[in-house]
Design a binder for this molecule. Structure first.
Ligand code: FBP
Length: 539
């Protein structure tokens, strides 16, 4: 493999671990738990894994444990740090017993079903330590939901003498990990299942999980790029940059990048929904900021747009929900469109044809509209331009508007993990090994107290059922881990709302620069502003 100078230096980085995970640990069980909502339904669906306690690890002294073979699966979109979860898991099971083996299932959950795997040896693992990407074994979005798939998993686990599976994924994949754990307990086949919280979107978090891995690095990469664009905007003084940021439904990435860079406008989808803002109102609010700056001779600026915005605009939300249901029973778009209500049909027909078409593209395997493929930034540029022309005609706008659209998403998903993600992910992996050794199943690997230095992090596990509620998916009510959207009463949103009128008017840009891997801790080990604001407020 050809390597850059940074890759070579970075390979030698030894991720920091919580003190407790530096040796053997034993599980201390807390009180019985219940799901965040819909307790009766979830209990009925998960009779074996419901109500289990939260687990905290404590030092165990010397222990003599048998070898254990483990299978690992990467599921869903890439997120920086996945390779470190795997290297932590590898080092963890080898520390437990040097004869343990790690198998990687190839191409995501389908590798388990189709029996495609590789044994991950020390040579392979060493090539991938502290690197971005999921290319060590590949990822995929196959949904594990059918008993035939689960049974096929049992076959290969028996063949390879696999004691446990570790599924590294987002809310949907971890939900499926729990369904699998429940099924394997019912079948008494002795295969444990552990999840790890992955997603750049930052929406897999709750009272227990402080952050999903990858969010830190992805936001830092996007913030660097936004800062560079801001400096260009402030130098050239002739463009308005509309930057759409990945993150699916949640606006955590847009919010974090706003806190890091201070844009002139940052739209938060959750606020749009709470205030029931129409598309026209969003456009008008941006146009007002453009006009306000133009009045002071500033015909430039930066607008951040969360990827999922379109789903939160009330009229669009109804339209998308109707399309989701209609397209779950037919793939014939023309046929599906006939089923729209009169109001949704009118909204659909009012959209530029390219955007309308993007709304009907294939859903992902979980039934979600693929928001990354909808060009909201272009839609907003076009509509703001039209609005400004009308304002000009009324004498309310004097200036020039030249909009440029960008979409940042894939640029950050495979970046080399920041120190935070490198340490957090490696810890999640080692921790998963100890959950397995302690006989746990249906748990997610849990590392807490993450704004403190790594040696003070708290390690343990949280039962997946504790994070579940019932939601409509592909037209049916299903148990799923509750997604965390931006909390409009939370400290990160408050930090934006307290400052945004100044950021709109003045030019307060901050230029974060590239992620630093070597150097002073106050530059290299900083967690996200979101994490600090949220956790500091909890204390
Ligand atoms: P996960 O939810 O699987 O972590 O994926 C995150 C994400 O990057 C979203 O931000 C984005 O909408 C989606 O994946 C894009 O999916 P794809 O990889 O299929 O293009």
């Amino acid at each position: 493999m050809n390597k850059s100078a940074l890759q070579i230096a970075r390979a030698a980085y030894q991720p920091k671990l919580p003190k407790v995970l530096k040796g053997a640990v034993k599980a201390l069980d807390g009180d019985a738990t219940q799901s965040v909502a819909d307790q009766e339904e979830i209990k009925k669906l998960f009779p074996n894994t419901y109500g289990m306690p939260v687990v905290t690890f404590a030092e165990a002294g010397d222990v003599d444990l048998p070898a254990m073979n483990v299978g690992v699966i990467l599921s869903g979109g890439q997120a920086p740090g996945g390779h470190n979860v795997i290297s932590g898991l590898f080092d963890g099971i080898k520390a437990i017993n040097k004869d343990s083996k790690l198998y990687g299932f190839l191409g995501g959950p389908s590798g388990l079903v189709d029996h495609k795997y590789v044994e991950l040896t020390a040579d392979i693992i060493d090539e991938y330590r502290n690197t971005g990407g999921f290319d060590i074994i590949g990822s995929g979005r196959t949904k594990l939901e059918k008993t035939e798939q689960f049974d096929s998993g049992i076959e290969i686990c028996k063949e390879l003498d696999i004691k446990a599976l570790v599924i590294i994924g987002g809310d949907d994949s971890n939900t499926n990990a729990c369904v699998l754990a429940e099924y394997y307990l019912q079948k008494q086949c002795g295969i444990q299942v552990i999840g790890c919280p992955k997603t750049i979107d930052g929406d897999l978090k709750n009272d227990m999980i402080e952050t999903s891995f990858g969010f830190d690095t992805a936001c830092k990469v996007y913030s660097e790029m936004i800062g560079n664009i801001m400096r260009d905007a402030n130098s050239a003084k002739k463009y308005w940059h509309f930057i759409k940021l990945m993150g699916r439904s949640a606006s955590h990435i847009a919010l974090e990048c706003a806190l890091q860079t201070h844009p002139n406008v940052c739209i938060i989808s959750e606020e749009v929904e709470a205030k029931k803002m129409t598309l026209a109102q969003i456009v008008n609010s941006i146009a007002d900021v453009v006009a306000g700056r133009a009045a002071e001779g500033k015909n430039f600026g930066v607008v951040l747009i969360p990827e999922g915005l379109i789903e939160f605009i009330p009229e669009m939300k109804v339209l998308i929900a109707e399309l989701n249901d209609l397209l779950s029973v037919t793939s014939d778009v023309k046929e599906a469109l006939k089923g729209l209500s009169a109001a949704s049909a009118a909204v659909y027909n009012s959209l530029p044809s390219s955007i309308a078409k993007q709304l009907t593209l294939d859903r992902d395997p979980h039934g979600n509209v693929q928001v990354s493929q909808i060009e909201t930034e272009k839609l907003l540029i076009a509509m703001v331009k039209t609005r400004l022309a009308a304002m000009k005609a009324e004498g309310k706008y004097v200036g020039k508007f030249s909009g440029l659209g960008h979409f940042f998403g894939y640029e950050g998903r495979c970046a080399a993990p920041s120190n935070f993600d490198a340490d957090y992910c490696y810890s999640l992996g080692v921790n998963a090994a100890w959950l397995i050794a302690n006989g746990k199943t249906g748990y997610m690997s849990l590392i807490r107290n993450t704004i403190a230095p790594a040696d003070q992090w708290i390690a343990g596990g949280v039962p997946v059922t504790m994070m579940m509620n019932m939601e409509k998916r592909s037209g049916e009510m299903k148990p799923v881990i509750r997604k965390a959207l931006v909390d409009l009463n939370g400290a990160p949103f408050k930090a934006l709302s307290d400052n945004r009128s100044e950021w709109a008017k003045e030019t307060c840009y901050v230029y974060p620069g590239p992620i630093q891997y070597f150097g002073p801790s106050e530059v290299c080990d900083l967690p996200t502003k979101t994490l600090v604001l949220e956790q500091r407020n909890k204390k």
